[in-house]
Design a protein around this ligand. Structure first.
Ligand code: OGA
Ligand code: MN
Length: 361
């Protein structure tokens, strides 16, 4: 599902694939002699639905573009749905800037902690304190044997369960070992963090929940938030039960290929999807990849709900805008002013985080 290339048979020919290609980041060809920075190709964004401007014109003039309906649900912000996509809802600016910062911090510092799994587990085993290690300039080094390179000074240790052990070391110590041991800097690993899973652990290789894996419940504050956000898409009188969440991390050029989330038992329950950081383009297709998808911007603080029939619709993220002009992260910049927050700001200026909360059973 990660990286949109090769998504399904005949992928090149489907309407969904065409839209992914249209919005994906490509660079201008330029002559080898040119020393100029490579320039992103211009993309026609005129057909991308803009939740922010929809919300603004609704608030100011009570006007809505054709096909968009405001939902009456006693929520403290306008909630919209699409006339021709039952079960799909969007709530522009659903999270306050403070809430966005809270969940950015948690997504980087807490959510990738064991027993939660990340894309790094397969190679390095569980990694503890990756974010702090990246801040401290540490380097993850593979131990040659179990006894000969152990260092009690190391603040974090990992193991993937077999003979291979990886530990964080100060950069200079790591450098002295680099000749004989494999190593990778924590900041590189942080940049390569693509997902972490909260609550019930999702097994990406089997594309299923693995209930045999140890897990912690979804943090209470995130549960409460998801319940509140899910309300517009819930049957009256029923409460959403968050049991699992997938956190996606996107950097420059990263995409999420068209897919369905079909591993949860009850599709009448919504998936609550929160966007943090850089602006992205989200594609909402139909039940077939042949259906023309709708493109919409998602900004930091926007929430999307997919329930009912919308659960059967292909969707994905072909583009994240990590450049200053288009990322639209200025509100976060003024919130992350404190020196201690610099590391979060530095990350989120060129990244997007998506927290995707699900009721599994
Ligand atoms: C997902 C997903 C959408 C997004 O994780 O299943 O569809 O906005 N994410 O990142
Ligand atoms: Mn999805």
């Amino acid at each position: 599902m990660y990286g949109s290339d090769g998504a399904g048979d005949n992928a090149e020919r489907t309407a969904f694939r065409k839209a992914e290609k249209k919005y994906k980041l490509y660079y201008e060809e330029h002559s080898k002699s040119s020393k100029k920075k490579k320039q992103p190709q211009q993309v026609d964004l005129s057909e991308v639905l803009d939740p922010k401007s929809i919300s603004e014109s609704y608030n100011q003039k009570g006007e809505l573009p054709p096909g968009i309906v405001a939902v009456n649900c006693g929520f403290n912000r306008p909630v919209f749905r699409l006339e021709d996509r039952p079960g799909f809802y969007f709530i522009p600016g659903a999270l306050t800037v403070e809430e966005q910062c809270q969940w950015i911090r948690a997504s980087l510092r807490k959510f990738p902690q064991p027993p939660n799994r990340t894309n790094h587990n397969a190679i390095y085993g569980p990694i503890r304190n990756l974010f702090v290690a990246a801040q401290e300039g540490k380097v993850l080094v593979e131990e040659e044997g179990s006894d000969n390179c152990l260092d009690s000074e190391s603040s974090a240790s990992v193991s993937n369960g077999d003979a291979h052990r990886w530990k964080f070391y100060e950069e200079d110590i790591a450098r002295s070992r680099a000749k004989s041991c494999k190593s990778v800097s924590a900041s590189v690993l942080l940049r390569k963090l693509r997902w972490s899973t909260l609550g019930l652990q999702f097994d990406w290789s089997k594309r299923n929940y693995d209930v045999s894996l140890p897990y912690n419940k979804i943090p209470d504050a995130l549960c409460q938030l998801a319940k509140r956000m899910a309300e517009p898409a819930m049957p009256i009188g029923e409460e959403f039960r968050p049991e699992a969440a997938i956190v996606n991390y996107f950097g420059l050029g990263d995409t999420l290929g068209g897919h369905l989330d079909d591993m949860e038992a009850d599709w009448s329950k919504p998936i609550v999807s929160m966007s943090l950081g850089c602006k992205a383009i989200f594609l909402l297709g139909g039940k077939s990849r042949q259906d023309e998808p709708l493109a919409m911007f998602l900004r930091s603080g926007d929430v999307v709900l997919m329930a009912g029939e919308a659960r059967e619709c292909f969707h994905g993220v072909p583009r994240v805008f990590t450049d200053e002009e288009n990322a639209e992260v200025t509100p976060l910049e003024s919130q992350f002013l404190h020196i201690d927050d610099h590391c979060y700001l530095e990350y989120i200026r060129t990244s997007r985080i998506n927290i995707n909360i699900r009721q599994v059973f």
